[in-house]
Design a protein around this ligand. Sequence first.
Ligand code: SAM
Length: 213
Amino acid sequence: MDFDDKRKNMVATQLITRGIVDNLVLDAMLKIPRHLFVSDDMIERAYYDMALDIGVGQTISQPYMVAVMTELLELDSTLKVLEIGTGSGYQTAILAEIVSEVYTIERIESHTVRARQNLNNMGYSNVYFKSADGSLGWPNEAPFDRILVTAAAPDIPPPLIEQLADNGIALAPVGQRHSQQLQKLKKSAGSITTEYHVPCLFVPLIGKHGWQE
Ligand code: SAM
């Protein structure tokens, strides 16, 4: 099976059968070559139903989890999105396929460098990268219509809630360091509502409003 077939198989067997229905999400995941976001020794496993090591103790998330998070964000082509935890840049590319602009922050500089290079090579010109503590957000570029945190936090960091636009959605794996649930927060006319979704396990958000290293 070549990579295109593996990707089609991933979408059919891991996403559609588990209830992912948003065509924007399914089309982006059919298009983005996930095998280009993992190291050569992982390439044969790129379309497996699991998170994979990307170095420096970090992971590229399981495809299903990427799809669930992207669908929960209720995206469209007009939106400006902040992502915390660039990692390999795979989720960043999925977002960049769907929305207008993506601002992405990663604390490990070597990951930022590699993701930037990869996305530039793929021709994305709507992604802005920064290497910093993403728990502080990106105040100079706020407000954001959507904020996605792809590392586990004790709570959604308060600066991110401040930087969320009215009618915005923020999503993060929230809970204990070794067990979380996806928390979806909506801001509307200044008031906040919260929903909880699937249980999950992410690497920790390390920073001022996350966990200590
Ligand atoms: N979405 C990524 C992908 O598609 O490859 C996977 C993200 S990985 C599960 C979580 C990432 O969050 C790691 O690369 C980690 O270094 C990063 N991270 C942890 N704490 C952070 C912080 N305070 N600010 C920015 N990035 C952080």
